[in-house]
Design a binder for this molecule. Structure first.
Ligand code: SF4
Length: 311
């Protein structure tokens, strides 16, 4: 069976061997973050719908999981916001009822957690990885460029409420963008908000490859350490690039080779690579991040997007 909505297992520093489940088409999202690695949002929406037929996703999961694969997590993520799919609750129940041996993780931008119905649908997952990059309306709008109907105060309240009701683990991610959310004022607001949310861990991330907007710079290791220090005693860690790719389980050398061979011939965007190699764009992006970090690949911003070439 050729899977259209499952991808990987992808090389993941945080989740080990993780099978990705993509629930929305490319860039259907409630945010349009300046740092997004998978391009600009083409459908900026908060409407929950059956963007992909529920039965198609269940059929793929059944086919894959019946083979008894070795996985650390099944992860709802993708090139958009997974909670926009209104069948996510049914998908979670399907896996938990039929394949209880697998743990479920959800990567979300948190924007729909203000909705009680959404929170109830995902209560059975094991690990929530929500993002929160800003507290002030000004920074939220500049950095995350949300659907206009979204209100960040309600989003933070949703996170606080979910923490109260949920017995699983929460790793909250903050993506630091210099000049936007690394000011003393914003970091202080973030620290206070996160204290109220009380996640099990706070994970700091920064750009390790070109984002949607070319003006964004990564944060230096020193500055990341200063920010981590400031956020203590919150349980904070820096997740950007702390491990060599050779230590990441489920890193497939053959996929790395296919990517290198292709971009040796001509520079490509992540989308080109995904189409040419028949590999999900998120999976391609995971490999490109590692290769950039190791200096094996360079990137260049052009009209059609970011192009990657082998060094
Ligand atoms: S980073 Fe995530 S939340 Fe932000 S635009 Fe990209 S897919 Fe959406």
């Amino acid at each position: 069976m050729k899977y259209k909505h499952l991808f990987g297992p992808v090389p993941s520093r945080r989740l080990g061997i993780s099978l990705g489940v993509d629930l929305v088409p490319h860039k259907v999202c409630s945010l349009n973050c300046v740092y997004c690695e998978v391009g600009r949002t083409t459908n900026l929406t908060i409407d929950r719908k059956e963007y992909i037929p529920l039965q198609d996703i269940l059929d793929e999961l059944k086919h894959y999981l019946d083979q008894d694969p070795n996985l650390d997590y099944i992860t709802f993520s993708g090139a958009g916001e997974p909670l926009l799919h209104n069948g996510i609750g049914k998908i979670i129940s399907f896996i938990k009822d039929n394949y209880p041996q697998y743990k479920l993780a959800l990567l979300t931008n948190s924007t729909l957690l203000y909705d009680e119905q959404v929170r109830a649908e995902i209560m059975e997952i094991d690990l929530l990885l929500p993002s929160l990059d800003a507290v002030s309306d000004e920074v939220f709008r500049k950095l995350n460029r949300p659907n206009p109907k979204l209100d960040n105060k309600r989003i933070i309240e949703g996170l606080i409420q979910f923490r109260k009701d949920f017995t699983g683990t929460i790793w909250l991610e903050i993506f630091i963008v210099p000049g936007l959310n690394d000011t003393q004022e914003e970091l202080t607001s973030l620290k206070n908000a996160i204290k109220s949310i009380a996640p099990d861990q706070v994970q700091l991330n920064t750009l390790d490859r070109p984002g949607t907007e070319s003006w964004i710079a990564p944060v230096s290791q020193n500055r990341m350490e200063e920010i981590a220090e400031f956020l203590k005693p919150l349980p904070v860690m820096i997740i950007a690039n702390f491990q060599s790719r050779n230590k990441i389980r489920s890193y497939h050398k053959n996929i790395e080779e296919q990517i290198i061979e292709t971009i040796k011939r001509r520079p490509c965007t992540d989308q080109d690579l995904s189409e040419m190699l028949g590999i999900h764009i998120n999976e391609i992006n995971k490999y490109l991040s590692e290769l950039l970090h190791e200096g094996m690949v360079t990137s260049e911003q052009q009209k059609r997007g970011t192009f990657f070439r082998a060094k």
